[in-house]
Design a binder for this molecule. Structure first.
Ligand code: NAD
Length: 541
């Protein structure tokens, strides 16, 4: 294989299945869901390619039914963190020296397995464990993860092909070495694709990885690990551990061989880890690479020239799909007084038809929030808004935790642009609306830019091209992913590389070559064909 400059298959986005009522694909997915719902799963960790069972069993339940026993996972201790680091370091040399075509083949095979025989299982695990409806599971767990795998293989080869120029008599080369040491991937609950991408993109570049998924995503993490194993990923390249986040970070980030952190999750956790890395900087053999994609307070800014139906649809989809638990979810909307009554009417009509319940019924648009913490947090914001003189709950507001963690899609209208629900990340199905006077358009753009410390996603809705241009310029640094006349969610790999700046992260754009560059350390090689044999240059005479 290394005796050819191979070309990898051209990456295209995985077609999204539509799961129309009565279709064979929806029947198959729901049948898999029902089967997995009733079987009791046992989920071991995976260290050095071996299943590790500790006997400390943690029961798995589902957000849509917190009393339902799905089985259990094996919780690990700090000894397992040590074991995972050791297994990674032992796997390092063989993995590093394997030709890149073999690495590419493993991840391309994993993509095909997930597109085919694993698709229903990965989607169903995401529906059961993370409470996503069929569409949300399909665009995340299946399609986005498949896209990450296929596009990253293509980006890797594009990167390898980028080579320096050479003068006469010499040959310059760039070698894209994996990092020295091991990498650490810490992943969130809300996207199965992110959980899969963070460790695999580092491994793809020749690195070895310790991966700690969120406790709330362990069911789909198991399916990812099963698919990678079947695809032929050698033991020790990605080690999946179920350990306490804080103590694991303290141990891993103090290790001399720690070389990189690839994190997605909340801002506070990321900042805590960055601080730990600072404290340990003198211990490391190499300066660590740090990539973190974190929180957001994503906006929809509406100009008086906007189309009312497009705005209302952007609000309903942008704020309430996956219960607002996307880092990109619209959570604050700024609407001009002249449009508000019409936007409100269309939004209320649309919301009145939204059904909430278990993903087992595909007609439910909204499902449960992830856990009790999230439920209590959402309920707190709603209750405080109901009691506040600055705010009014104009839609939804009911919370029901009898069976699952259900929070109705809720709209809060506030007269205070700095009201708490406009400024803080809630990560639930709550949208705050601030109505501005049409003549205050310019000042409101400034307000949008300055209201939150985040800068992840945002949308501008307008038909007036000058207004679009003005918002585009005024909000240059307010969002890493900026949308014009569309909702601020749903970035597609290869099309809208994703990430934000300010408190939202390091903006290293998941699903792009920019991200992969972080996981290599380039060696520049100069070879001289006819070496000089005398130190004297011509100018010396
Ligand atoms: P979280 O920060 O609670 O958890 C993320 C991961 O960190 C989990 O694996 C968790 O176990 C671990 N962790 C928790 N405390 C830790 C600690 N003290 N030290 C080390 N690790 C620790 O986040 P979450 O609730 O799983 O996910 C939601 C958050 O993720 C939101 O803030 C959301 O905006 C953000 N997010 C951002 C993006 C993005 O691309 N910007 C994408 C998805 C989610």
């Amino acid at each position: 294989m290394s005796k050819a400059i191979s070309q990898v298959p051209f990456a295209v986005n995985e077609p999204v299945r539509t799961y129309e009522p009565g279709s064979a694909e929806v029947k198959s997915l729901i049948a898999t869901y029902k089967q997995m719902w009733k079987e009791k799963v046992e989920i071991p960790m995976n260290i050095g390619g071996k299943e590790v069972k500790t006997g400390e069993k943690v029961t798995l339940t589902s957000p849509q039914d917190h009393q339902h026993d799905l089985g259990f996972y094996h919780k690990g201790t700090m000894q397992h963190v040590d074991d995972a680091i050791k297994a990674a370091m032992e796997a390092k040399e063989k993995w590093n020296t394997l030709g890149w075509e073999h690495r590419a083949a493993i991840f391309l095979k994993a993509a095909d397995l997930i597109a085919g025989p694993y698709r229903d299982r990965l989607n169903a695990a995401t529906m059961i464990g993370q409470s996503k409806n069929v569409h949300q599971a399909e665009i995340d767990a299946a399609c986005e993860f498949i896209d990450f795998l296929r596009f990253n293989v293509e980006f890797m080869t594009e990167m390898y092909a980028e080579q320096p120029i050479s003068d006469q008599g010499i040959w310059n080369r760039a070698e894209y070495r994996p990092l020295e040491g091991f990498c650490f991937a810490v992943t969130p609950f809300n996207f199965t694709a992110i959980a899969g991408n963070l460790p695999t993109c580092m491994a793809m570049m020749g690195n070895v990885v310790v991966w700690k998924p969120s406790n709330n995503q362990i069911y789909s993490a198991k399916v990812i690990m099963d698919a990678l194993t079947e695809a032929g990923l050698p033991g020790g390249v990605i080690n999946m551990i179920f350990t306490d986040g804080k103590s694991t970070a303290e141990k891993v980030l103090a290790h001399p061989d720690f070389a990189a952190l690839h994190f997605t999750g909340s801002t506070k956790v990321f900042q805590g880890m960055w601080k730990l890395m600072g404290d340990n900087i003198h211990n490391y053999k190499t300066y660590p690479r740090i990539v973190g994609e974190t929180g957001g307070k994503d906006f929809i800014m509406v100009h008086p020239s906007a189309n009312v139906e497009a705005v209302a649809t952007g609000m309903v989809r942008g704020a309430f799909e996956y219960q607002g638990q996307k880092c990109s979810a619209a959570s604050r909307a700024y609407i001009p007084r002249s449009l508000w009554n019409d936007v409100k009417k269309v939004m209320e009509t649309q919301l009145a038809s939204v059904k909430m319940g278990s993903p087992e019924d595909p007609s439910n648009f909204v499902n449960a929030v992830i856990d009790k913490n999230s439920f209590d947090k959402c309920k707190g914001y709603i209750e405080r808004a109901q009691a506040s003189k600055d705010a009014e709950v104009i839609f939804g507001g009911k919370c029901d935790d009898k069976k699952g963690w259900f929070v109705e899609p809720t709209v809060i209208e506030t007269t205070n642009p700095k009201y708490e629900s406009v400024c803080e990340e809630i990560f639930g199905p709550i949208l705050s609306v601030y109505v501005y006077e049409d003549q205050d358009w310019k000042a409101t753009l400034k307000l949008v830019d300055e209201t939150s410390p985040y800068s992840l996603t945002g949308s501008i809705f307008a038909q007036d091209r000058y207004a679009i241009d003005e918002a585009y310029k005024a909000l240059e640094n307010a969002a890493g992913n900026f949308y014009i006349n569309d909702k601020p969610t749903g970035a597609v790999v290869g099309q809208q590389p994703f990430g934000g700046a300010r408190a939202s992260g390091t903006n290293d754009k998941a699903g792009s070559k920019m991200n992969l560059l972080r996981w290599v350390s380039v060696r520049s090689v100069k070879e001289t064909f006819v070496s000089p044999k005398d130190y004297r240059y011509p100018y010396l005479g």
